[in-house]
Design a protein around this ligand. Sequence first.
Ligand code: ADP
Length: 414
Amino acid sequence: MDWFKKVIKGNSGGDGSLASRLQAERLKSDIILSAIETGVVVVDENQIVQLINPAGARIAGWTMAEAVGLDYRSIIHLTDEKEVDYTDPQNPFKQAMVSGKTIVDNNAVLSTKTNQHTPISLSVSPVFDANNKRVTGVVGVFSDVSQQRREERQRAEFISTASHEMRTPVAAIEGYLALAMNNKVANIDLKARDYLEKAHSSTQHLGKLFQDLLTSARAEDGRLSNHPTAIEMGSYLQQLTEDLRFGAEKKGLLVEFVVGSEKTNPTSAAGVKVIPPLYYIRADNERIREVVTNLFDNAVKYSDKGMISVGITGNDKIVQIYIKDTGQGIAPADIPHLFQKFYRVDSTSTRTIGGTGLGLFICRKIVELYGGRIWVESAKDKGSTFYINVPRLSSQIASQILSKEVPTIIFPET
Ligand code: ADP
């Protein structure tokens, strides 16, 4: 508490009346600190807890008297969601102390005195000396979010079960509609065919919506099926581009595959033969296929003419994949929201193009699963480029992973 008093005294400049005013203010802050449900902890530059409020002590499972004077890492013992201890550089308290900036962490878990694991949301701000130069301590503000997480899990569970159950009748309706439209099976007039075609396309949209809902609910609660292995992204992406090319060409769009700065187009006689570097990453083939297919399908959907370029490049730390189009582009105001659930740009052209608004959210969740990052650079009417950076594996580690791998039978997700 001496340290805390010093901060207050330092600011008072030794003025008696000011000091008494500060004393009164202090009393008020004490009342507030005791009353609030949010935990507050003050840690000095020697990592010692100087103050903790009743809510903070309760969340951490210590008494206030026990906590004050101890190293903050034993009181606010932080782990990640898998209950692995935070290292010092990961620790928001340490980060705020070193950087002098406020650090927010909404995914931390607090391991209490009795070894209970409580998810918390945490914000740690630095406290500077009187000259505003040196960080003399930090203030951590945290709250128990277990109830919120439980509710989120229940919601995701409900969405996942509901969409799973609804896929079956939708698939049956789609099947019967296809039968009704088949000349060999049923005789229908043109008007009925027109209605059935509309019903069929809406049913397909509904099926896609349920599938995307299921995938995004699973991505959110960490139940997405995931069997990571070492993938050589160069050849994988080139093959995938070939598989996807047809959909784009049907719409009159050109497709190119680019490695580093070299362009290779296997179907063009002018294609330059290059020996590409090996771009290994650790991920699940199917999940990466899902991401690239989604971005490629979007490039096709939102472009009327021009070219789609699928490219790969990288340095010794990362592999970068990009999908570039010459389509309608995205306005700056929409860019920050694109990777959120159900976000669709509200424009006449988007409204006429079918979609669920879940594709980019799912892409982000999958890319983050592999420690990567996804973002877009775009301007209205100037086309868009979606980038993905994923940590790169050295060829040596990749071959170790591949040599240890026992062939497994992977059952499709139900
Ligand atoms: P949707 O199913 O609507 O395509 P996504 O999550 O895949 O959902 O994309 C969200 C929104 O981002 C789309 O509705 C569209 O407005 C915009 N968008 C995505 N990709 C592109 C692109 N390549 N060009 C222009 N707009 C895009």
